[in-house]
Write a protein that binds this ligand. Structure first.
Ligand code: NBP
Length: 484
């Protein structure tokens, strides 16, 4: 496909459903961009053109015309349904693009698919970039947080374009070249996992205050608005207040009381946990959040268990003190979720050979995306101070928060248990914290058990080597040959 006089667009978008059309409009609204657009069903293309005559679009109704409308290196962002749709569009584009051109997948692909696709497309000389895009419809239109992977060569062309459409936080665009091949989609996956944990923790905080103090959703909305002025300041806290303040027009009740209490999921939280299991990284806060959604969505089991015995919850004595305890417990648990998420980024980077700058990732999450928050600056600072930080929670700022929050955190978990209010993410985060800081763990006993029933051997803390106790013999210990 050669360049013609009609090649005028510097960027193209394939897939014009809600995300793609908003991204195309965002691109067209930035100085210097002319945007080629294409969708499998031409009606969507025509609708977008008709609805936005102001936008500098070059529309095509065939993939060949779409390619011909692009200047070189041709750069196209795919925004279609993840999976088979993405593979189909990649095949069509590789047939009409040339070496040096760039195909970007902006959908929610699993990072291992992105690794596979990058490898296959690279053979043709075309660049393939998997880019995580966060922020939903509004982000796509007004400025998302963008996490691109792919080659450094592709980033040279793509960088200025993506910088022009990304959200801006404290004067900096929320986009960085995350790493090669699937690194961008990997980091987007972790973002979503952290988002699950953040949402679950907020929901647990709400539930504890509601059931512990009897406050109404509207009153709790005011508490969240107040919290949003302090260290918990974030998009999710802000929208929680909005949701809690909403009254249902049909019944006059708080909307939160009429919404069915079964949370859905699109799978990126589960991917984060599945990947963490493979990498051997305990992301317990994220896992609890995924499982809490699963538990909520089991109506038959919940109905069958509804009359199981539980405590009669006593209302908390000092309401204001309890609310402050919940605030601190929420902040501490949230830090654990981030610390675990960054552990997974470190492990993923090591496993897949990505040079991921952790501080830069925290920076690009400050705007445009769902977990945007002030607190992310603390993560950037922590990694700037110590790039080899082994666990985020051990950085100075985090230590200070843990010292300040831990008594409150423990009281909240105790009250939750005593009152029969489920707080899985609060309590498992605290257990993780205590596990991490423990001088000795009962893992020693687990090793003993493993050696007993399976001769799995153990190491000793006082000498080198590998040992086995002759459990079914005279129970003497033998040193094993390390070569085995
Ligand atoms: P959808 O995920 O609903 O996909 C619809 C688009 O895919 C349409 O343009 C459709 O074309 C196209 N498509 C399909 Br389906 N199969 C195709 C095929 N075989 N060949 C060509 N085109 C095909 O769109 P969306 O909700 O706008 O999401 C787009 C991407 O963005 C998805 O990967 C999604 O996971 C991701 N996403 C991200 C966020 C976020 O916050 N980052 C939010 C929502 C979605 P047609 O019109 O001809 O049917």
């Amino acid at each position: 496909m050669t360049q013609t006089a009609t090649s005028t667009a510097n960027i193209g978008v394939v897939g014009l459903a809600v995300m793609g059309s908003n991204l195309a409009r965002n691109l067209a609204s930035r100085e210097g961009n002319t945007v080629a657009i294409y969708n499998r069903s031409p009606e969507k293309t025509r609708e977008l053109l008709a609805a936005h005559p102001e936008a500098d679009f070059v529309a095509s109704e065939s993939i060949a015309d779409f390619a011909a409308s692009l200047t070189t290196p041709r750069t196209a962002i795919i925004m279609v349904k993840a999976g088979a749709g993405t593979d189909a569009v990649i095949d069509q584009l590789t047939a009409v693009f040339e070496p040096g051109d760039i195909i970007v997948d902006g959908g929610n692909a699993l990072f291992t698919d992105t690794i596979r696709r990058e490898k296959a497309v690279r053979e043709t000389g075309i660049n393939f970039v998997g880019a995580g895009i966060s922020g939903g419809e509004e982000g796509a239109l007004l400025g998302p947080s963008i996490m691109p992977g792919g080659s450094a060569e592709a980033w040279e062309t793509l960088g200025p374009i993506l910088r022009s459409i990304a959200a801006v936080a404290e004067g900096e665009p929320c986009v960085t070249h995350v790493g090669t091949d699937g690194a961008g989609h990997f980091v987007k996956m972790i973002h979503n996992g952290i988002e699950y944990a953040d949402m679950q923790l907020i929901a647990e905080g709400y539930d504890l205050i509601r059931r512990g103090t009897g406050k109404s959703p509207a009153e709790i909305a005011d508490i969240f608005t107040e919290w949003n002025r302090g260290e918990l300041e974030s998009y999710l806290i802000e929208i929680t207040a909005e949701v809690l303040r909403q009254t249902d027009a049909k019944t006059g009740k708080p909307l939160v009381d009429v919404i069915l209490d079964q949370a859905g999921a699109k799978g990126t939280g589960a991917w984060t946990v599945q990947t963490a299991l493979d990498l051997g990284i305990p992301v317990s806060g994220i896992a609890e959040a995924v499982f809490a959604r699963s538990l909520s969505s089991k109506p038959a089991q919940r109905a069958a268990a509804a009359d199981l015995p539980g405590p009669s919850a006593a209302p908390v004595a000092d309401v204001d003190a309890f609310i402050e305890d919940v605030r601190l417990a929420l902040y501490a648990s949230k830090m654990i979720a981030y610390s675990q998420g960054f552990d997974e980024i470190v492990a993923g980077a090591e496993e897949y050979g990505w040079d991921i700058q952790k501080g830069e990732i925290a920076k690009i999450w400050r705007g445009g995306c769902i977990i945007r928050a002030q607190f992310l600056n603390r993560i950037t600072e922590a990694y700037a101070e110590d790039p080899g930080l082994v666990a985020l929670v051990t950085a100075p700022y985090f230590r200070e928060v843990m010292a300040r929050a831990q008594d409150s955190w423990r009281r909240v978990v105790r009250i939750a248990a005593e009152s029969g209010i489920p707080a899985p993410a609060f309590s498992s985060s605290l257990a993780y914290y205590d596990g991490l800081r423990a001088d000795r763990l009962p893992a020693a006993l687990v090793q003993g058990q493993r050696d007993f029933f399976g001769a799995h051997t153990y190491k000793r803390s006082d000498m080198e080597g590998t040992f086995h106790t002759l459990w079914s013999g005279d129970r003497s210990e033998i040193a094993m040959d390390d070569a085995h």
